[in-house]
Write a protein that binds this ligand. Structure first.
Ligand code: NAD
Length: 410
């Protein structure tokens, strides 16, 4: 199932439950704008390379559109479309005054020098600057992009429009980034899990965790769940997986990756396995935090966890969801569980607009409040419609977007 088919399936389930009429159904599923741009740059060796960039703006009925920029060889229009609509539903679940968008360039950033990446980013912004902006569409980091890339975007955008740090979030703190943004998605996962476990009389420290992906989301989740007393038994990256049933020493692993080009392979405190191992590792909670579409009819039966906490976007397709439901595995869905990143992005944007700085304690406290409120809304929706947390999240989101669309007048 493609990413778009997956998101459309969940949307349609929610639309059916809500009894959405055909006209709104069609309006909410159709992207507001889709853009494809050619990005040609001079390579360091003097040759010219051409890449294709995308930006899909899905919906702006609740506010400016918001969504990350991904640099990855598998970026394609279908997935960018799906990710853009996921952002619309995600910002609505946590009730931020935003719509949804997503962008990306089909490129393997590990094959480019930092200078080449900077030139590529600037060309991408040059092509898109009239279509983004603090009150129009606000990009952020996603897979393969980071705070430094966001700094280049601010600089390039400001050449055309004047100083405008609010054009992107996830910036370096020196350029108007927010304290706490880097850790925010991992921290949001922690808060989501705390809400869920507290509801069942349990704690983070009661469980063993396996985490797929050790980038921004995966590594912060590992650190924060470890600090909260959780036992991280398995982690993986694009190259390999590590397993230690006694629990991996996460601070030692963080130090190891710093001196080994970010890679996990060879860490002495754990067994070495192929990267796929993490999907079937013995654990209680599985946290996908890498690519989408990893949990399918083929892989879901092997998952040993009792809970799936979705750090990645659209990691599970509907067939995997059905298998999990049948096996009594509870899924905390992406559009709620990983919303910590966009929530602190919103706080960053608010600080940029007000030209005022929050301390980190305030950021984390407000994030906790947003995650708790959304969890209560999710539970109430699931109880009202007798559905899973995933479908409840979509019902909640679609109903909020639908109301805003109607109120703005068709
Ligand atoms: P990242 O680029 O920082 O890290 C990605 C990690 O995944 C790396 O460790 C990489 O080695 C690993 N990986 C890549 N391909 C893999 C494969 N085939 N098998 C196993 N591991 C693989 O990206 P990130 O920002 O941490 O994002 C990870 C996921 O979380 C994405 O789905 C992204 O859309 C989602 N997400 C990110 C944020 C955010 O704030 N960064 C917010 C919400 C959701």
């Amino acid at each position: 199932m493609t990413a778009n088919e997956t998101v459309s399936y969940y949307f349609s389930e929610a639309a059916r439950i809500l009894g959405l009429d055909d006209r709104l159904w069609r309006q909410l599923i159709t992207p507001y704008r889709e853009v494809k741009v050619e990005c040609s740059i001079a390579r360091d060796d003097g040759s010219v390379a051409t890449y294709v960039g995308f930006r899909v703006q899905h919906d702006n009925s609740r506010g400016p559109m918001k969504g990350g920029i991904r640099y990855h060889p598998e970026v394609d229009p279908d997935e960018v479309n799906a990710l853009a609509s996921l952002m619309t539903w995600k910002t609505a679940v946590v009730n931020l005054p935003y719509g949804g968008a997503k962008g990306g360039i089909a490129v393997d950033p590990s094959k480019l020098s930092r200078g080449e990446l900077q030139r590529l980013t600037r060309v991408y912004v040059e092509k898109l600057h009239d279509l983004i902006g603090p009150y129009v569409d606000i990009p952020a980091p996603d897979m393969g992009t980071d705070a430094e890339v966001m700094g280049w975007i601010v600089d390039e955008y400001s050449k055309f429009h004047g100083w405008a740090p609010g054009v992107v979030t996830g910036k370096p703190v020196e350029l108007g980034g927010s304290l706490g943004r880097e850790a925010a998605t991992g921290r949001g996962l922690l808060y989501a899990a705390q809400c869920f476990f507290a509801d069942h009389g349990q704690h983070i420290s009661d469980f063993r965790y396996a985490i797929q992906g050790f980038g921004n989301v995966g590594s912060w989740a590992a650190r924060l769940f470890h600090e909260a007393g959780g036992r991280i038994v398995a982690v993986s990256d694009v190259h390999s997986a590590l397993y230690n049933p006694q629990g991996i020493d996460i601070p030692a692993l963080m130090n190891y990756t710093k001196t080994h080009h970010g890679r996990l392979a060879g860490f002495p405190g754990a067994e070495q396995h192929p990267r796929e191992f993490v999907l079937s590792a013995p654990c209680d909670v599985f946290i996908p935090a890498a690519l989408g579409g990893v949990l399918t009819r083929q892989t879901a039966p092997a998952v040993q966890a009792r809970y799936v906490l979705e750090g990645a976007n659209h990691p599970s397709d509907p067939e995997a969801d059905a298998i999990f439901a049948q096996r009594g595995i509870t899924v905390l869905p992406d559009i709620y569980a990983n919303a910590g990143g966009v929530t602190v992005s919103y706080f960053e944007w608010v600080q940029n607009i007000q030209q005022y700085r929050w301390d980190e304690a305030r950021v984390n406290e407000e994030l906790s409040r947003v995650m708790r409120t959304a969890y209560a809304d999710l539970l109430a929706t699931a109880a009202r419609y007798g559905c899973s947390l995933r479908i409840a999240a979509y019902v909640l989101a679609v109903s909020r977007v639908e109301r805003a669309t109607r109120l703005r007048g068709l």
